[in-house]
Design a protein around this ligand. Sequence first.
Ligand SMILES: Cc1cc2nc3c(=O)[nH]c(=O)nc-3n(C[C@H](O)[C@H](O)[C@H](O)COP(=O)(O)OP(=O)(O)OC[C@H]3O[C@@H](n4cnc5c(N)ncnc54)[C@H](O)[C@@H]3O)c2cc1C
Length: 445
Amino acid sequence: MKLRDIAIGANASIYYRMDFTKIKGVFYPRTEDEVLGAIATAREKGYDVTPKGGGSGLSGACTGGDRDRVMISSLRMREILSVSKDQGFVDVQPGATPDEINALLASSKMKFYVTPSSRDVATVGGMVNTDAGGNDAWVNGTMRDNVVRIKMVLYDGRRISIDRDGVRSGDSELEAALNGANMGIHDLSGAHGTLGFVTELRLAIRPITRETLVGGLAEYNSCDELGRVLFRMIESKSPIRYGEAVVSAHPDVRGDLKPPMLILEYPESYESELRQITDIRKLSDSELATLKDIRLKLPKRNPKTGLQMALFEDYGFFGKSLTKMQRGVDKIDSLLEKHGFTPFAKYGHAPSKWYLGDNTPAYGIIMHSREIRPETKTKAQIFEAVLDIVRMCERMGITPKPEHKWPYSDKIKLARLQELRGIIGGGFNAFLLQPNCNEVLSSMV
Ligand SMILES: Cc1cc2nc3c(=O)[nH]c(=O)nc-3n(C[C@H](O)[C@H](O)[C@H](O)COP(=O)(O)OP(=O)(O)OC[C@H]3O[C@@H](n4cnc5c(N)ncnc54)[C@H](O)[C@@H]3O)c2cc1C
């Protein structure tokens, strides 16, 4: 494997230029002891540690930034250690992907219900560190709702285990300090590898449901209409099992799509109630499969001229911003155009659930946005456009999950990570907490 592959991996983010001479070692441990060995090597030389899973994270965190660092990959730690069907959990190493876990569980008719679109490459260790969720997060929650226990090793070699009752460690002082600070699974969720290396996870699994689902398509005249329907679905706790919105699409890739629209899958018995919230056209199985496929491929297609990019991956419309979605989308588009980008596609899980930096749940749409990259912009100009978008979203109350707001602009999450690092110690992914983090990211565009 090339150094470039480990540093960047499947990263679809805009951060892919870096000084590879700063990577002082790459480790592929198979066991916790081997992880401890790799960390000890970094510690002896004073290097940072960057944990790496599938590299599909979008915040730039999994690159390690600009520090002298050792990369520790979990890609050889993908064993399913044990399955307890009766107690509803599976113990896995951090490098396993949801697809691998669910392939193994299929014969026991159980499922791990967190399946992001990147489920074939994203690892559960990386997913807890970004608090990933799939297009059914609305009903099944995000990683933090589905993780029962996390084992982690720290920069100084100590081990901790975190579950819903708190923290356990062989070091009683550390245990007391972390429990005194109320450390829990929610702190690891979205920590971006800044606290330690996750070596094992206990994940909740549940029987595969047998309900009959049907597919439907709802089209709207404006994003406000779409937002209002989502608002009502959330209010009435609609049992939507799969929900994807296509908010807009460039003529080069739009085909027959008529966004704004919702592609839904729901229990057959719910249909008449759903029709009181929105007009919907029932889809045949093959129509549903085709629409799901088109949605999945939107981020993979390019316009006839130019290349698409994800300037700022996620916009979280919830609460009031959901009912004024058209205004939000128009403002985003005009800001993009002001910076020289042409809007390409906007789509996302809807209705969806995610968590804000203070751990409160948010319900709405996680809207991904893709733009056509202007040829002439410098990396500093591109990054300035990103910051401009973050500032504007902040003003409009459009708040995505911390991965996409960035830990460093999400002051509550940042303060919490710093508080915990005050107890645990630093050493992991320190560039994210440096005051010049934005400068570093800007240099990597
Ligand atoms: C095409 C595509 C589709 C996507 N779809 C979704 C989606 O539907 N929902 C969603 O939520 N996200 C989605 N994402 C984002 C991404 O897949 C998720 O954030 C995923 O959780 C990252 O997992 P990973 O293994 O690739 O982690 P990486 O990118 O390798 O790392 C992510 C973070 O976790 C840390 N980390 C990794 N492993 C460990 C470990 N063992 N211990 C401690 N820290 C660790 C890294 O340092 C980094 O900070 C998508 C990304 C792509 C490219």
